[in-house]
Ligand binder design. Sequence first.
Ligand SMILES: Cc1ncc(COP(=O)(O)O)c(C=O)c1O
Length: 417
Amino acid sequence: MEGFTYRGGTLHAEEVSAVELAERYGTPLYVYSRGYLRHQFRRIREAFAEIDPLICFAVKANTSAAVIHTFAAEGAGADVVSGGELYRARRAGIPANRIVFAGVGKTAEEIEYAIQEEILGFTVESEAELHRISECATRIGGTARVDIRVNPDVDPKTHKYTSTGKKENKFGVDLERAVKAYELAARLPGVEIVGLHMHIGSPVMSIDPYVEALERVAPVVRELKAAYPTLRHLDIGGGLGIRYRDEQEDLDPARLAEALLPTLRDLGLKVLLEPGRFLTGNAGILLTRVQYLKEGPEKTFVIMDAAMNDLIRPALYEAYHKILPVRETSDTLTGDLVGPVCESGDFFAQNRELPAVQAGELLAVMSAGAYGYVMASNYNSRGRPAEVMVSGGTAKLVQRRETWDNLVAGETIPAWE
Ligand SMILES: Cc1ncc(COP(=O)(O)O)c(C=O)c1O
């Protein structure tokens, strides 16, 4: 299925016209397809059905309560990386015993909150963190279940900012040090070893790095499993890439499962996956209205009402997002698609063949459902956009647009005298 298609020459989110959405809720506007969220979740579930994995939605990709709740209703768990994400996941209906908590800098406060919630496990990123987790568990009289994140030193062939499983990255513990880290965990009070974790990066467009990482990790898993009978999980992370460009394909979960299942079956552990982008990326678009066309001395600028504060991926990673006209046209213009923020990095497309649009017309920035709204900011004192979820012919507002009052709500001007 596709979440966004043309019907009668107009882009629709499922059965609702994007023109209608823009009129009803204003722009810039994030629009999510509930049907596509579920479709993507089920693709992974079905691919790995034989081993009945726990699919923990990587909440960092999209923290909308409506999105998290959609996955909770499918039986998902959550992968969180902060106390705030844990709070959101719980509030949106994910059971604590399906939540794993990663991240290299967990604070004592976050750790104690997670122990009290009785989450499924901490994804531990260093020996220092193991000590802190043990101290926290002892202090509050709880038990912290831990997976140690091993760094398989595999090149996921992605952007340098989103590669996480190579030696030079800050994540996890080197494979050579992993056994020692488990020995430490076994000695520490308040800590129960339950699993092993790996995540190689994002977005990964081929299955080879997963196969390579699992091959490297499997002997260590076998050794650890023999040493620690409580070890019962193997978390293979997320990172499954999606189609951003026409010539790309989603990393096919069926092919991934086919390649990994022989080893996973043989290891005999409960498998966890942590997809984020795969579940939400192409389930969301950013709708924006053209403000002005400006002829520069060298090129044409199409100036929209959305900006880098709404979607920072092009500025941050030079990420490519397809741009579609809401009213279908085959006419084009070549130029830059930019926002109103005072930065030259505020662009969505550069020197690209774009739909020929006039001021007042609508465009859709595609594949904006992952790492979109979650990275939005108030830069240039712009309120963050609204979010809408569509299911069939029904659209619902799931996050209202921020107002100028919201911008200043936490501020005070001190009285110095
Ligand atoms: C530990 C971990 N799991 C899962 C993810 C999700 O990655 P993706 O959204 O590409 O699936 C990330 C992304 O940074 C991560 O660091």
